[in-house]
Design a binder for this molecule. Structure first.
Ligand code: AMP
Ligand code: GLY
Length: 417
Protein backbone atom coordinates (compact mmCIF):
# COMPACT_ATOMS: atom_id res chain seq x y z
CA UNK A 1 0.00 0.00 0.00
CA UNK A 2 1.31 3.48 -0.92
CA UNK A 3 0.49 6.06 1.75
CA UNK A 4 0.71 9.85 1.57
CA UNK A 5 0.62 11.79 4.87
CA UNK A 6 -0.22 15.50 4.77
CA UNK A 7 1.36 17.74 7.41
CA UNK A 8 4.74 18.24 9.00
CA UNK A 9 4.65 18.22 12.79
CA UNK A 10 5.45 15.75 15.54
CA UNK A 11 2.04 14.13 15.07
CA UNK A 12 2.87 13.45 11.41
CA UNK A 13 6.31 12.18 12.41
CA UNK A 14 4.67 9.76 14.86
CA UNK A 15 2.17 8.67 12.17
CA UNK A 16 4.95 8.22 9.60
CA UNK A 17 7.10 6.29 12.07
CA UNK A 18 4.26 3.84 12.75
CA UNK A 19 3.38 3.56 9.05
CA UNK A 20 7.04 2.97 8.15
CA UNK A 21 7.07 -0.02 10.54
CA UNK A 22 3.91 -1.48 8.94
CA UNK A 23 4.79 -4.37 6.58
CA UNK A 24 1.75 -3.54 4.41
CA UNK A 25 3.17 -0.10 3.54
CA UNK A 26 5.32 -0.37 0.40
CA UNK A 27 5.91 3.36 -0.09
CA UNK A 28 5.50 6.24 2.33
CA UNK A 29 5.37 9.92 1.41
CA UNK A 30 4.89 13.01 3.54
CA UNK A 31 4.05 16.50 2.32
CA UNK A 32 5.50 18.87 3.27
CA UNK A 33 7.07 16.95 6.21
CA UNK A 34 10.07 18.12 8.24
CA UNK A 35 13.72 17.23 8.79
CA UNK A 36 12.96 14.22 11.00
CA UNK A 37 10.19 12.78 8.84
CA UNK A 38 12.61 12.68 5.89
CA UNK A 39 14.32 9.74 7.63
CA UNK A 40 11.23 7.53 7.39
CA UNK A 41 9.28 8.95 4.42
CA UNK A 42 9.97 10.60 1.09
CA UNK A 43 9.14 14.29 1.39
CA UNK A 44 7.21 16.22 -1.25
CA UNK A 45 6.54 19.95 -1.22
CA UNK A 46 2.84 20.88 -1.20
CA UNK A 47 0.54 23.62 0.01
CA UNK A 48 -1.31 21.47 2.55
CA UNK A 49 -4.31 23.83 2.46
CA UNK A 50 -4.80 23.41 -1.29
CA UNK A 51 -7.12 20.45 -1.93
CA UNK A 52 -6.43 20.39 -5.67
CA UNK A 53 -2.67 20.37 -5.11
CA UNK A 54 -2.90 17.57 -2.53
CA UNK A 55 -5.16 15.55 -4.86
CA UNK A 56 -2.79 16.04 -7.81
CA UNK A 57 0.12 14.86 -5.67
CA UNK A 58 -1.83 11.80 -4.47
CA UNK A 59 -2.62 10.89 -8.11
CA UNK A 60 0.98 11.45 -9.21
CA UNK A 61 2.26 9.18 -6.43
CA UNK A 62 -0.42 6.54 -7.01
CA UNK A 63 -1.39 6.78 -3.33
CA UNK A 64 -3.75 4.07 -2.04
CA UNK A 65 -4.42 6.09 1.11
CA UNK A 66 -4.07 9.76 2.03
CA UNK A 67 -3.88 10.68 5.73
CA UNK A 68 -4.59 14.35 6.48
CA UNK A 69 -2.90 15.22 9.79
CA UNK A 70 -3.60 18.82 10.88
CA UNK A 71 -6.91 20.61 11.44
CA UNK A 72 -6.44 23.53 9.04
CA UNK A 73 -6.44 21.42 5.83
CA UNK A 74 -9.35 19.36 7.17
CA UNK A 75 -11.45 22.45 7.89
CA UNK A 76 -10.43 23.79 4.45
CA UNK A 77 -11.95 20.67 2.83
CA UNK A 78 -8.75 18.97 1.66
CA UNK A 79 -10.14 15.51 2.52
CA UNK A 80 -13.25 16.27 0.41
CA UNK A 81 -11.09 17.07 -2.62
CA UNK A 82 -9.09 13.85 -2.31
CA UNK A 83 -12.24 11.77 -1.71
CA UNK A 84 -13.91 13.33 -4.75
CA UNK A 85 -11.03 11.99 -6.86
CA UNK A 86 -11.87 8.47 -5.65
CA UNK A 87 -8.81 8.08 -3.43
CA UNK A 88 -9.37 6.67 0.09
CA UNK A 89 -8.64 9.39 2.63
CA UNK A 90 -8.34 9.28 6.41
CA UNK A 91 -9.81 12.53 7.69
CA UNK A 92 -13.26 14.11 7.94
CA UNK A 93 -14.97 16.36 5.42
CA UNK A 94 -14.72 20.11 5.89
CA UNK A 95 -18.29 20.16 7.20
CA UNK A 96 -17.70 17.40 9.75
CA UNK A 97 -14.39 19.01 10.79
CA UNK A 98 -16.46 21.97 12.02
CA UNK A 99 -16.67 19.89 15.17
CA UNK A 100 -13.20 21.34 15.78
CA UNK A 101 -13.41 24.40 13.53
CA UNK A 102 -16.29 25.98 15.44
CA UNK A 103 -16.77 25.65 19.19
CA UNK A 104 -20.38 26.82 18.74
CA UNK A 105 -21.06 24.03 16.20
CA UNK A 106 -19.55 21.47 18.58
CA UNK A 107 -21.80 22.70 21.40
CA UNK A 108 -24.83 22.40 19.13
CA UNK A 109 -23.95 18.81 18.16
CA UNK A 110 -23.38 17.89 21.81
CA UNK A 111 -26.70 19.38 22.88
CA UNK A 112 -28.54 17.46 20.16
CA UNK A 113 -26.72 14.20 20.99
CA UNK A 114 -27.12 14.58 24.76
CA UNK A 115 -23.35 14.58 25.29
CA UNK A 116 -22.27 15.95 28.70
CA UNK A 117 -20.27 19.20 28.39
CA UNK A 118 -19.88 22.55 30.16
CA UNK A 119 -22.95 24.81 30.02
CA UNK A 120 -22.16 27.70 27.69
CA UNK A 121 -23.28 30.83 25.89
CA UNK A 122 -22.31 31.91 22.41
CA UNK A 123 -21.74 35.71 22.47
CA UNK A 124 -21.23 38.31 19.75
CA UNK A 125 -21.82 41.61 21.61
CA UNK A 126 -20.23 43.20 24.72
CA UNK A 127 -23.61 43.02 26.47
CA UNK A 128 -23.88 39.27 25.87
CA UNK A 129 -20.29 38.84 27.06
CA UNK A 130 -20.97 40.66 30.33
CA UNK A 131 -24.13 38.69 30.92
CA UNK A 132 -22.36 35.36 30.36
CA UNK A 133 -19.37 36.28 32.55
CA UNK A 134 -21.71 37.24 35.37
CA UNK A 135 -23.86 34.15 34.94
CA UNK A 136 -20.94 31.75 35.48
CA UNK A 137 -18.62 33.79 37.72
CA UNK A 138 -14.91 33.03 38.24
CA UNK A 139 -12.87 31.18 37.09
CA UNK A 140 -13.87 32.49 33.65
CA UNK A 141 -13.54 30.30 30.56
CA UNK A 142 -13.54 32.26 27.28
CA UNK A 143 -13.05 30.55 23.92
CA UNK A 144 -12.59 32.07 20.50
CA UNK A 145 -15.16 30.33 18.28
CA UNK A 146 -12.72 29.58 15.45
CA UNK A 147 -9.46 27.65 15.03
CA UNK A 148 -6.68 29.14 17.14
CA UNK A 149 -3.99 26.44 17.40
CA UNK A 150 -4.68 25.83 21.08
CA UNK A 151 -4.27 29.50 21.96
CA UNK A 152 -7.84 30.78 21.62
CA UNK A 153 -8.84 29.74 25.13
CA UNK A 154 -8.37 31.92 28.21
CA UNK A 155 -9.09 30.52 31.67
CA UNK A 156 -8.68 33.19 34.33
CA UNK A 157 -9.87 34.51 37.68
CA UNK A 158 -9.46 38.03 36.27
CA UNK A 159 -12.77 39.33 34.92
CA UNK A 160 -11.14 42.21 33.01
CA UNK A 161 -8.74 39.83 31.26
CA UNK A 162 -11.60 37.46 30.42
CA UNK A 163 -13.66 40.35 29.03
CA UNK A 164 -10.72 41.72 27.01
CA UNK A 165 -10.13 38.32 25.38
CA UNK A 166 -13.85 37.98 24.60
CA UNK A 167 -14.06 41.42 22.99
CA UNK A 168 -11.04 40.58 20.81
CA UNK A 169 -12.96 37.70 19.17
CA UNK A 170 -15.75 38.02 16.58
CA UNK A 171 -17.74 35.26 18.18
CA UNK A 172 -16.93 33.74 21.51
CA UNK A 173 -18.08 30.83 23.64
CA UNK A 174 -18.19 31.57 27.37
CA UNK A 175 -18.70 28.56 29.56
CA UNK A 176 -18.84 27.00 32.95
CA UNK A 177 -15.48 26.11 34.54
CA UNK A 178 -14.85 22.36 34.73
CA UNK A 179 -12.78 21.20 37.65
CA UNK A 180 -10.87 17.90 37.52
CA UNK A 181 -8.12 16.04 35.70
CA UNK A 182 -8.13 16.10 31.91
CA UNK A 183 -8.03 13.06 29.65
CA UNK A 184 -7.64 12.86 25.88
CA UNK A 185 -9.41 9.92 24.29
CA UNK A 186 -9.06 9.34 20.54
CA UNK A 187 -11.34 7.18 18.45
CA UNK A 188 -11.00 6.04 14.86
CA UNK A 189 -14.32 6.02 13.04
CA UNK A 190 -15.71 5.48 9.55
CA UNK A 191 -18.85 7.45 10.37
CA UNK A 192 -20.71 4.41 11.77
CA UNK A 193 -18.34 2.13 13.68
CA UNK A 194 -16.21 3.70 16.41
CA UNK A 195 -12.94 2.16 17.63
CA UNK A 196 -11.47 3.86 20.71
CA UNK A 197 -7.71 4.09 21.23
CA UNK A 198 -6.02 4.18 24.66
CA UNK A 199 -6.45 7.30 26.81
CA UNK A 200 -3.60 9.76 27.32
CA UNK A 201 -3.00 12.92 29.30
CA UNK A 202 -1.59 16.10 27.82
CA UNK A 203 0.15 18.98 29.66
CA UNK A 204 -1.26 22.20 28.20
CA UNK A 205 0.51 24.84 30.28
CA UNK A 206 4.01 26.03 29.40
CA UNK A 207 5.62 25.70 32.82
CA UNK A 208 6.09 23.07 35.54
CA UNK A 209 3.24 22.70 38.00
CA UNK A 210 0.70 23.71 35.31
CA UNK A 211 1.76 27.34 35.48
CA UNK A 212 2.16 29.80 32.62
CA UNK A 213 0.20 30.26 29.40
CA UNK A 214 -1.69 27.60 27.46
CA UNK A 215 0.30 25.97 24.66
CA UNK A 216 -0.32 23.37 21.97
CA UNK A 217 0.88 20.78 24.52
CA UNK A 218 4.20 20.33 26.33
CA UNK A 219 4.17 16.58 26.92
CA UNK A 220 1.95 13.54 27.38
CA UNK A 221 1.80 10.03 28.76
CA UNK A 222 -0.22 6.84 28.46
CA UNK A 223 -1.68 4.75 30.08
CA UNK A 224 -3.37 6.59 32.94
CA UNK A 225 -2.90 4.42 36.04
CA UNK A 226 -5.24 6.65 38.06
CA UNK A 227 -8.18 6.49 35.67
CA UNK A 228 -11.26 4.32 36.18
CA UNK A 229 -10.83 1.16 34.04
CA UNK A 230 -14.39 1.73 32.79
CA UNK A 231 -13.54 5.20 31.47
CA UNK A 232 -13.13 4.17 27.82
CA UNK A 233 -16.43 2.25 27.77
CA UNK A 234 -18.21 5.13 29.46
CA UNK A 235 -16.88 7.72 27.01
CA UNK A 236 -17.72 5.45 24.08
CA UNK A 237 -21.32 5.20 25.26
CA UNK A 238 -21.88 8.77 26.46
CA UNK A 239 -19.73 10.77 24.05
CA UNK A 240 -18.10 9.12 21.04
CA UNK A 241 -20.86 6.93 19.60
CA UNK A 242 -23.67 9.52 20.13
CA UNK A 243 -21.54 12.24 18.49
CA UNK A 244 -20.70 10.07 15.47
CA UNK A 245 -24.38 9.06 15.18
CA UNK A 246 -25.58 12.67 15.44
CA UNK A 247 -23.22 13.83 12.68
CA UNK A 248 -24.31 10.97 10.42
CA UNK A 249 -27.98 11.77 11.02
CA UNK A 250 -27.28 15.40 10.07
CA UNK A 251 -25.95 14.21 6.71
CA UNK A 252 -22.37 15.14 7.59
CA UNK A 253 -20.84 11.80 8.57
CA UNK A 254 -17.56 12.08 10.44
CA UNK A 255 -14.86 9.67 9.32
CA UNK A 256 -11.32 9.96 10.60
CA UNK A 257 -10.02 10.62 14.07
CA UNK A 258 -12.42 11.95 16.67
CA UNK A 259 -10.57 13.42 19.63
CA UNK A 260 -12.48 13.95 22.86
CA UNK A 261 -10.82 16.29 25.35
CA UNK A 262 -12.46 15.40 28.66
CA UNK A 263 -12.59 16.70 32.22
CA UNK A 264 -13.19 14.10 34.93
CA UNK A 265 -15.25 16.24 37.32
CA UNK A 266 -16.89 15.37 40.62
CA UNK A 267 -20.21 15.35 38.78
CA UNK A 268 -19.05 13.04 36.01
CA UNK A 269 -17.10 13.11 32.78
CA UNK A 270 -17.60 16.22 30.62
CA UNK A 271 -16.36 17.10 27.13
CA UNK A 272 -14.03 20.14 27.11
CA UNK A 273 -13.54 20.09 23.37
CA UNK A 274 -13.54 17.96 20.27
CA UNK A 275 -10.79 17.86 17.70
CA UNK A 276 -11.11 16.36 14.24
CA UNK A 277 -7.60 14.88 14.07
CA UNK A 278 -4.94 13.13 16.11
CA UNK A 279 -3.84 15.29 19.06
CA UNK A 280 -0.28 16.43 19.47
CA UNK A 281 1.56 15.37 21.71
CA UNK A 282 -0.84 12.59 22.81
CA UNK A 283 -0.47 10.78 19.45
CA UNK A 284 3.21 10.27 20.14
CA UNK A 285 2.47 8.16 23.26
CA UNK A 286 -0.68 6.44 21.99
CA UNK A 287 0.97 5.23 18.78
CA UNK A 288 4.08 4.18 20.73
CA UNK A 289 1.83 1.62 22.46
CA UNK A 290 -0.25 0.45 19.46
CA UNK A 291 0.79 -3.01 18.26
CA UNK A 292 -1.74 -3.42 15.44
CA UNK A 293 -0.21 -2.22 12.16
CA UNK A 294 -1.64 1.25 11.56
CA UNK A 295 -2.19 1.46 7.80
CA UNK A 296 -4.92 -1.19 7.66
CA UNK A 297 -6.89 0.48 10.46
CA UNK A 298 -6.76 3.89 8.77
CA UNK A 299 -7.69 2.33 5.42
CA UNK A 300 -10.69 0.56 6.98
CA UNK A 301 -11.85 3.90 8.39
CA UNK A 302 -11.35 5.58 5.00
CA UNK A 303 -13.25 2.80 3.19
CA UNK A 304 -16.14 2.54 5.63
CA UNK A 305 -15.17 -1.01 6.62
CA UNK A 306 -14.15 -0.56 10.25
CA UNK A 307 -16.78 -3.16 11.24
CA UNK A 308 -14.41 -5.87 9.95
CA UNK A 309 -11.40 -4.47 11.84
CA UNK A 310 -10.14 -7.03 14.42
CA UNK A 311 -9.75 -5.59 17.96
CA UNK A 312 -6.68 -3.38 18.35
CA UNK A 313 -3.69 -4.84 20.17
CA UNK A 314 -1.80 -2.74 22.73
CA UNK A 315 1.59 -3.01 24.37
CA UNK A 316 1.71 -3.35 28.16
CA UNK A 317 4.45 -0.70 28.12
CA UNK A 318 3.98 2.86 29.25
CA UNK A 319 4.99 5.80 27.05
CA UNK A 320 6.03 9.36 27.87
CA UNK A 321 6.77 12.24 25.53
CA UNK A 322 8.45 15.52 26.46
CA UNK A 323 8.24 18.52 24.12
CA UNK A 324 11.28 20.71 23.60
CA UNK A 325 10.09 24.19 22.64
CA UNK A 326 11.99 27.17 21.34
CA UNK A 327 13.02 30.26 23.21
CA UNK A 328 9.97 32.45 23.92
CA UNK A 329 7.34 29.82 23.03
CA UNK A 330 4.34 30.32 23.00
CA UNK A 331 4.53 34.14 22.68
CA UNK A 332 7.06 34.87 19.92
CA UNK A 333 9.14 31.73 19.41
CA UNK A 334 12.64 32.23 18.06
CA UNK A 335 13.57 29.96 15.14
CA UNK A 336 16.73 29.16 13.18
CA UNK A 337 18.75 27.79 16.12
CA UNK A 338 20.92 24.73 15.48
CA UNK A 339 19.82 21.48 17.18
CA UNK A 340 22.57 19.18 18.42
CA UNK A 341 22.55 15.77 20.07
CA UNK A 342 20.10 14.03 17.72
CA UNK A 343 22.67 11.46 16.59
CA UNK A 344 23.59 10.72 20.22
CA UNK A 345 19.98 9.88 21.06
CA UNK A 346 19.77 7.63 17.99
CA UNK A 347 23.03 5.89 18.95
CA UNK A 348 22.55 5.61 22.73
CA UNK A 349 18.82 5.53 23.49
CA UNK A 350 17.05 3.89 20.53
CA UNK A 351 14.81 2.00 20.19
CA UNK A 352 13.29 2.73 23.62
CA UNK A 353 13.67 6.49 23.26
CA UNK A 354 13.57 8.46 20.05
CA UNK A 355 13.10 12.00 18.83
CA UNK A 356 10.06 13.03 16.81
CA UNK A 357 10.44 16.32 14.99
CA UNK A 358 7.83 19.07 15.22
CA UNK A 359 9.18 22.38 13.88
CA UNK A 360 12.53 21.59 12.26
CA UNK A 361 14.19 21.94 8.90
CA UNK A 362 17.51 21.06 7.33
CA UNK A 363 20.03 23.83 6.69
CA UNK A 364 23.12 22.40 4.99
CA UNK A 365 24.38 19.65 7.25
CA UNK A 366 22.51 20.86 10.32
CA UNK A 367 18.97 20.60 11.60
CA UNK A 368 17.59 23.92 12.85
CA UNK A 369 14.47 24.94 14.77
CA UNK A 370 11.61 26.14 12.58
CA UNK A 371 8.68 26.49 14.97
CA UNK A 372 7.47 26.97 18.53
CA UNK A 373 7.40 23.32 19.44
CA UNK A 374 10.62 21.88 18.00
CA UNK A 375 11.00 18.27 19.12
CA UNK A 376 8.99 15.65 20.97
CA UNK A 377 11.23 13.18 22.78
CA UNK A 378 9.33 9.93 23.24
CA UNK A 379 10.21 6.87 25.28
CA UNK A 380 8.63 3.58 26.33
CA UNK A 381 9.30 1.53 29.46
CA UNK A 382 7.76 -1.16 31.62
CA UNK A 383 6.02 1.54 33.67
CA UNK A 384 5.67 5.32 33.61
CA UNK A 385 8.63 5.86 35.94
CA UNK A 386 10.93 3.97 33.59
CA UNK A 387 9.51 5.61 30.46
CA UNK A 388 9.97 9.01 32.10
CA UNK A 389 13.54 8.28 33.05
CA UNK A 390 14.40 7.22 29.50
CA UNK A 391 12.66 10.21 27.98
CA UNK A 392 14.44 12.74 30.20
CA UNK A 393 17.81 11.01 29.66
CA UNK A 394 17.35 11.58 25.93
CA UNK A 395 16.10 15.15 26.47
CA UNK A 396 19.34 15.88 28.33
CA UNK A 397 21.38 14.99 25.24
CA UNK A 398 19.61 17.57 23.06
CA UNK A 399 21.22 20.99 22.80
CA UNK A 400 19.15 23.89 21.45
CA UNK A 401 20.01 27.41 22.47
CA UNK A 402 17.34 29.03 24.68
CA UNK A 403 15.05 25.99 24.53
CA UNK A 404 12.58 25.06 27.24
CA UNK A 405 10.80 21.92 28.37
CA UNK A 406 8.74 20.86 31.34
CA UNK A 407 10.49 18.63 33.88
CA UNK A 408 7.30 17.23 35.44
CA UNK A 409 5.66 15.36 32.55
CA UNK A 410 3.95 12.25 33.99
CA UNK A 411 5.70 12.84 37.33
CA UNK A 412 2.58 12.66 39.50
CA UNK A 413 1.16 9.64 37.69
CA UNK A 414 4.54 7.83 37.84
CA UNK A 415 4.86 8.47 41.58
CA UNK A 416 1.58 6.72 42.39
CA UNK A 417 2.10 3.64 44.56
P1 AMP B 1 -9.52 23.79 24.49
O1 AMP B 1 -8.80 24.46 23.36
O2 AMP B 1 -11.00 23.93 24.43
O3 AMP B 1 -9.03 22.38 24.70
O4 AMP B 1 -9.03 24.50 25.82
C1 AMP B 1 -7.66 24.52 26.16
C2 AMP B 1 -7.51 24.23 27.63
O5 AMP B 1 -8.23 25.21 28.41
C3 AMP B 1 -8.09 22.89 28.06
O6 AMP B 1 -7.23 21.83 27.87
C4 AMP B 1 -8.34 23.14 29.53
O7 AMP B 1 -7.16 23.02 30.28
C5 AMP B 1 -8.77 24.58 29.55
N1 AMP B 1 -10.24 24.63 29.53
C6 AMP B 1 -11.03 24.69 28.43
N2 AMP B 1 -12.34 24.69 28.77
C7 AMP B 1 -12.39 24.63 30.10
C8 AMP B 1 -13.45 24.60 31.06
N3 AMP B 1 -14.73 24.67 30.70
N4 AMP B 1 -13.13 24.53 32.37
C9 AMP B 1 -11.83 24.45 32.75
N5 AMP B 1 -10.79 24.49 31.92
C10 AMP B 1 -11.05 24.58 30.60
N1 GLY C 1 -2.92 18.16 22.54
C1 GLY C 1 -3.87 19.13 22.20
C2 GLY C 1 -4.23 19.19 20.79
O1 GLY C 1 -3.74 18.44 19.96
O2 GLY C 1 -5.04 20.02 20.48
Amino acid sequence: MKVLVIGGGAREHALCRSLSLDPDVSALYCAPGNAGISEVAELRPVDALDGDAVTALAIELGADLVVVGPEAPLVAGVADAVRAAGIPVFGPSGEAAQLEGSKAFAKDVMAAAGVPTARSYVCTTPEEVDEALDAFGAPYVVKDDGLAAGKGVVVTEDRAAARAHALGCDRVVIEEYLDGPEVSLFAITDGVTVVPLQPAQDFKRALDGDEGPNTGGMGAYSPLPWADPKLVDEVMELVLQPTVDELRHRGTPFSGLLYAGLAITGRGTRVIEFNARFGDPETQVVLARLRTPLAGVLLNAANGTLDVQPPLRWSEDAAVTVVIASHNYPETPRTGDVIEGLAEVAAEDAPDAYVLHAGTRREGDSVVSAGGRVLSVTATGSDLAQAREKAYKAVARIRLDGSQHRTDIAAKAAARP
